[in-house]
Design a protein around this ligand. Structure first.
Ligand code: BGP
Length: 487
């Protein structure tokens, strides 16, 4: 039996370019899809978390493209890491972080997505950051697309539903491999690939009012991402032998609400359609049989070529990763009480406490998930995101007391240790978002995840100065003792 975390376990933190960098139009960066998500002043928290607010429309997109300043677009300022990356890396190093998971902004490298040449200033920015990590002994886990894509690809191509975007993505990935192959330790083509289903604009850049059969477009676009994923795995294996490439989903662990067989069946279906389908395609290399019934009910008929099938089969990923925030229950009872979740509405579990945003905190679910993933694929597993969004208070003396976050992290670290002792080959954990950043779902800065506080409000006002929270010191000790001292 394993005891505790293995030597060399990769403790780290995660961010995404669109949420942390800011500098939306600097050094030649093009406008991207996340730059176009607005947060008008005066909305209540309920409104910010409503689907009406989160969903992109053609009208909202046109207004965003017309807006030439930061306006009410929080992803245009983020946490201003573009200007403060050295300070942030120093803090990460002080914490003893072994790995930083970050994403590259596609529009910083190819401003329109289909430009003839990459933007040299964008390439230089990431080289500085990546070399900065290496100089501080921090490994790199790089996401190639974390939601944002150049907005030109939406306007001129219709986003991921257009097969031509596969070639553009592969060319972008190749540019990254050529430029940073010597620096990056782990590559991830897509953040939370299942977002295509639960947030189609973020995941596959689709706008509902432009589609005739929305489900068809979503799943065709997802198929293109699967093919792109396989091609990028193939390319990495050819260009960067020995460098692992992973896949990732937002993992929604489900429990049957009761022991009624129909609830159990519902649970199986929820697990298949929200979780397994995606990792099955990318880890096993083929479309699972159960998905046909699901497609038939939705009148979805995919265009999959023989060559696509061969690519998927020949190039599965080397490891499986996921984001994990909460769990939910599955039931056939339509009146079952609801609560919040990443860009989704979850069914309530009476045994769990929720965060301020209604997300159900469940460390045991993480242990279950880790066991399930390892049992199914027998490939190394990585927790790419996990953390607690909460309102924090910056005290006069610059301290931030966040015992609730320490509790949350402690529970999940213990669950990972238990899973390792269950026999799971878990090799790393990148806490989300290691530094406060703009929330992806509700676009609030005040939904804070960091162990580092950023002095800014939802409207982008503030000094953007960084402060160490109590959880910063807790995580530093956790890392220093390889997960042994969690007090
Ligand atoms: C994941 C995303 C992240 C992140 C996180 C927390 O789904 O990959 O980008 O933001 O969830 O979600 P939120 O910011 O909505 O609280």
């Amino acid at each position: 039996m394993n005891h505790g975390f293995p030597e060399g376990f990769l403790w780290g933190g995660a961010t995404a370019a669109s949420q942390v960098e800011g500098a939306w139009n600097r050094d030649g960066k093009g406008l991207d899809t996340q730059d176009c998500r607005s947060m008008p002043a005066g909305l209540t928290r309920e409104q910010k978390n409503s689907w009406e607010f989160k969903e992109m429309t053609s009208e909202k997109l046109a207004a965003a493209i017309a807006c030439k300043d930061e306006g009410t677009y929080p992803f245009r300022w983020g946490s201003r890491e573009f200007d403060r990356w050295e300070e942030d890396l120093d803090l990460f190093a002080e914490m003893g972080m072994k790995i930083y998971r970050l994403s590259v902004s596609w529009a910083r490298i190819f401003p329109n997505g289909d430009d003839a040449e990459p933007n040299q200033a964008g390439l230089a920015y990431y080289r500085r950051v990546f070399e900065g990590c290496k100089a501080r002994g921090i490994k790199l886990f790089v996401t190639i697309q974390h939601y944002a894509i150049p907005v030109h690809l939406v306007e001129a191509y219709g986003g991921w539903k257009n097969r031509k975007v596969i070639d553009l993505f592969v060319r972008y990935a190749k540019t990254l491999f050529e430029n940073y192959g010597d620096l990056v330790d782990y590559w991830l083509p897509f953040n939370e690939i299942n977002a295509g289903r639960f947030h189609p604009f973020n995941g596959v850049s689709l706008i509902r009012d432009r589609e005739e059969n929305f489900d068809q477009s979503v799943h065709q676009a997802l198929h293109h991402q699967f093919v792109a994923n396989a091609r990028v795995v193939a390319l990495a294996h050819e260009m960067l032998p020995g460098v692992p490439v992973g896949c990732m989903i937002a993992r929604f662990c489900h429990y049957p609400a009761t022991c009624r067989p129909e609830d159990q069946l519902q649970c199986l279906h929820d697990e298949q359609y929200t979780n397994w389908y995606y990792t099955d395609v990318m880890m096993r290399g083929y479309y699972p049989a159960y998905i046909d019934r699901y497609f038939e009910t939705m009148n979805v008929h995919l265009d999959i070529t023989d060559e696509d099938r061969e690519l998927l089969a020949a190039h599965p990923c080397d490891f499986v990763s996921f984001s994990y925030y909460f769990t939910q229950v599955s039931t056939i009872d339509e009146g079952w009480e609801k609560t919040g979740g990443n860009l989704v509405v979850a069914s309530k579990n009476p045994y769990l406490e929720t965060s301020e945003w209604g997300w159900q905190k469940d460390p045991t679910g993480l242990r279950i998930t880790l066991n399930q993933l390892y049992d199914r694929y027998h490939k190394p597993v990585f927790v790419a995101e996990n953390g607690l969004g909460a309102t924090d208070v910056l005290e006069q003396d610059g301290s931030v007391h966040d015992p609730y976050r320490i509790d949350y992290l402690r529970g999940h670290v213990q669950a990972m240790r238990d899973a390792i002792e269950d026999g799971v080959d878990l090799f790393g954990y990148t806490m989300w978002g290691i530094i406060d950043l703009v929330s992806c779902g509700s676009e609030e800065m005040t939904k804070r995840y960091g162990v580092i506080y950023v002095d800014a409000d939802d409207a982008g006002r503030g000094s953007f100065d960084r402060y160490r929270k109590d959880s910063f010191y807790w995580y530093r000790k956790c890392i220093a003792t390889n997960g042994e001292d969690l007090d």
